[in-house]
Design a protein around this ligand. Sequence first.
Ligand code: F6R
Ligand code: MG
Ligand code: MG
Length: 384
Amino acid sequence: MATKITISDIKADIGGFVGHSSMHPDIMELANDELKKAKGNKIVDFFVARVGDDLHLIMTHNKGVDSPQIHGLAWEILEKCSQLAEQLKLYGAGQDLLVEAFSGNVRGMGPGVAEMEITERRSEPIVVFMADKTSPGCWNYPLYKIFADPFNSPGLVIDPKMSKGFIFRVYAPRENRYIDLQTPEESYILLGFLGAPNDYIVDHVRPKDTDEPCAVASTSKLALIAGRYVGKDDPVLIVRCQSGLPAVGEVTEPFANPWIVPGWMRGSHFGPIMPVPMRLANPVRFDGPPRVVALGFQLADGMLGTPSDLFDDPAFDDARDQATRIANILRRHGPFEPHRLPLEEMEYTTMPGLMEKLAGRWHESEKQQLTPEQLKEATGLEMD
Ligand code: F6R
Ligand code: MG
Ligand code: MG
């Protein structure tokens, strides 16, 4: 039986430089040094990456998903990085490590996790997408385009392996339950859910003839875990490509359109997501706009090697320009919707406090909204 390899990305915001905009180089260096010590024993290979103020520990290993050893290693390193962040007085040091002690699995403890156990193919191209200043549902749009939209992925029409379609697992974080939906048969039903990314999030996608996923996303919502605003979740997505799966060019194509995601300043504004190489992943303007980095790895017997920084391509310049133009238009709305998120989606609001403070200053109005019965009595008209 072919050996399996697991690719895990465990990530957290352990402190920003400066503010929430970027990462201090010493933090990356420390994470590198620590993972180097684990290479060859606990893990096969690693790459330390970042997007904005989020540190990503990308690791390959033979321990499967949800391994306490791998999660423990990542937790230990994130804690050490947080301690260094505190020494450097970085902003929000340790903000994503919500609990004091590790208890076997980082899920539910603050960090974001995406991991998949796979049988490495003859050639195994993998893309790791990392986003900052937005939330996990942001992957719904590109995942639908990649795996279900033939206008994005011609392979769905002309590659017989892809034309069988895929299974999407959709997770409802508030209810903590999931549903599996098949494409193309159920694509309209699927879109009904994916179009509401605050409530329904793609957990993974898999081909119909295997249990091995071809895409996995982080789905944790920090606010639901902590019960208060603790920053946006800044999610990760891992996608396998080529040879019966979408090509690297199909997987990156949705990002040529800077669609609108929630997040940005104070996790409370809609803004365009801008595809950038890692060196440009510094969301400064109004703490944004949200960024996404795509690192391409060509797995070789579990070795990650050096990634290709896929959005370091002038063909994405126009998406970056468009994102800036959209950002300008949205910014002009200031504190008004639809730039500012609707009240119930804002993770950061003074409204409950305001309502309490102003409770005694509200007066019953004499302007009455008529009930259907009152309307009929007054006008003889009947509502449908
Ligand atoms: C967004 C984010 C930032 C902060 C903002 C205010 O996810 O992290 O936009 O919300 O910089 O931060 P505080 O309240 O820490 O000053
Ligand atoms: Mg931050
Ligand atoms: Mg962040």
